[in-house]
Design a protein around this ligand. Structure first.
Ligand code: IPE
Ligand code: IPE
Ligand code: MG
Length: 248
């Protein structure tokens, strides 16, 4: 287990990242299957390689001092994959947390789950809940895992909760909806990165991405290194965000 120091301002400037870093980065970790296929290996081998990438990227986000990182690990649509692949993903995830939780905790990270974990096998659910519980008072990087997550399901859930709470129509505004989403305690989503060339959201953070910047890269997720993350952030930092206003 290791403690990772934050980068100094000089180091961050040395990366060409002087200026305001994104507070909240979302990553659609795509391309594990293609990575394995290129090597004539079964898809779960790609998922395992993807877990290694995740380890490095979380550490990098921590060292850069990013406030929140949300990774898309399993979508509500991913249940349609072959059952062996779904099971392989679950056991990898359980393995990931068993292996990493001490280090994540020791580095002050707080694990947050986005999505409905009820349908998961007991072992997976327990492991995820333990990770959340154990790190709930940490104040470092908020490491959010979107698992059995779909943005449409998230919005439907929010609407249900609002109705259940008995809100009157005129009380319903954007703030109330936002407060009923899984992301309620997180900073605004600034940047969405998708690896492996596809240019779509695939039901990831639809509400939250309203004014996010998108960076698409051809790099497959298992090949996405800390250097690639810094490249994506650099692209983000060159963008002009107008939020509907006239700027400059
Ligand atoms: C992303 O990689 C991981 C998950 C969706 C869980 P894929 O498994 O989608 O890889 P490709 O898109 O088939 O290459
Ligand atoms: C999105 O990737 C979901 C995750 C990365 C977990 P998919 O590979 O499932 O998305 P599509 O099917 O290409 O849209
Ligand atoms: Mg994919």
């Amino acid at each position: 287990m290791r403690i990772y120091e934050r980068y100094t301002r000089e180091q961050i400037e040395g990366f060409g990242l002087a200026g305001e870093l994104p507070k909240h980065i979302g990553i659609i970790m795509d391309g594990n299957g293609r990575w394995a296929k290129k090597r004539f290996m079964p898809r779960p081998v790609g998922h395992r390689a993807g877990m290694e990438s995740l380890h490095e990227i979380v550490r990098e986000a921590h060292c850069l001092g990013i406030e929140a990182l949300t990774v898309y690990a399993f979508s509500t649509e991913n249940w349609q994959r072959p059952v062996q692949e779904v099971n392989a993903l679950f056991s990898l995830l359980t393995e990931y947390f068993a292996k990493e939780i001490d280090e994540l905790d020791a580095n002050g990270m707080r694990i947050i789950l986005l999505g409905d974990i009820e349908p998961f096998p007991d072992k997976v659910r327990e492991c995820l809940k333990d990770a959340v519980e154990r790190t709930k008072n940490n104040s470092g990087l908020r490491f959010c895992i979107a698992i059995n997550y779909g943005a449409r399901a998230e919005i439907v859930r929010a609407v249900r909760n609002i109705v259940k709470a008995g809100a009157a129509p005129e009380q319903i505004d954007e703030e109330l909806v936002s407060r009923n989403l899984y992301t309620k305690d997180l900073p605004e989503l600034d940047l969405v990165v998708r690896t492996a060339g596809e240019q779509r959201l695939s039901n990831f953070l639809l509400w939250q991405a309203a004014y996010a910047e998108f960076v698409f890269t051809e790099v497959l997720w298992p090949d996405y290194t800390p250097e690639e993350l810094r490249k994506s952030i650099k692209i983000f930092m060159k963008r002009t965000r107008r939020f509907g206003r006239v700027v400059g």
